[in-house]
Design a protein around this ligand. Structure first.
Ligand code: ADP
Length: 186
């Protein structure tokens, strides 16, 4: 199974993915986190933050996830993943892809600003430190129209979001196993 997260920087994708991974490991569910930031330093080093490259980034992460998930490893793609078309592309191309929207209000993101990115994006145009392509501020984010799961991190705690995503994965894994055992018994 592939869980493709999407959401703005600082919304909580990495935090929730790591917390779910830890919880799942105690139940024997292997989870690999395919982290956008980490892959941008290796496999996706050549990519920029243009629309084309952001989409290509997701395609590469999706490919890696598809290889691992074919061995029964649940993969969480943790990246901003801002475009509906490429999210849909992944869901059509690979088996068992679930889209999870990690949603957070802009006010809360500006207040958190753990990486200082919002402060830079909101600087005046002429400022030398101005960031011009921060998703949700001055670069597009297409909220998913029909996510399989929608978590609001400005309303719910890390623990609650973790539990909700973990239960969602557990149920999906169980359903997948039932389908396999049914197919094997035919
Ligand atoms: P992203 O991976 O989406 O860029 P991070 O997980 O790196 O975001 O950062 C999210 C920040 O928000 C962390 O500092 C985390 O502790 C904080 N946070 C506060 N409330 C929540 C919540 N309910 N869910 C996830 N993160 C939260």
């Amino acid at each position: 199974m592939i869980i493709q997260l999407c959401g703005l920087s600082g919304a909580g994708k990495t935090t929730i993915a790591r917390s779910v991974q830890q919880k799942a490991s105690t139940c024997g569910i292997p989870i690999e986190i395919i982290d956008g930031d980490a892959y941008r330093e290796s496999l996706c080093r050549d990519l920029t933050f243009s629309k084309e490259d952001r989409c290509e980034n997701i395609r590469r992460l999706g490919f890696v996830a598809s290889r691992l998930s074919s061995y029964g490893i649940t993969c969480i793609i943790s990246a901003i993943n801002p475009y509906e078309a490429v999210r849909r592309e992944l869901a059509m191309k690979y088996a068992q892809v679930k889209t999870v929207y990690i949603d957070c209000s802009l006010d809360e993101l500006i207040a958190r600003d753990t990486k200082g990115l919002y402060k830079r994006a909101l600087l005046p145009e002429s400022h030398p430190d101005k960031l011009n392509n921060l998703t949700g501020v001055n670069d597009p984010f297409e909220a998913p129209a029909h996510p399989d799961l929608h978590l609001q991190t400005h309303r719910n705690s890390i623990q609650t979001c973790t539990n909700t995503l973990f239960q969602f994965i557990q149920q999906a894994v169980k359903k997948q196993e039932q389908q396999y055992s049914h197919a094997a018994s035919i």
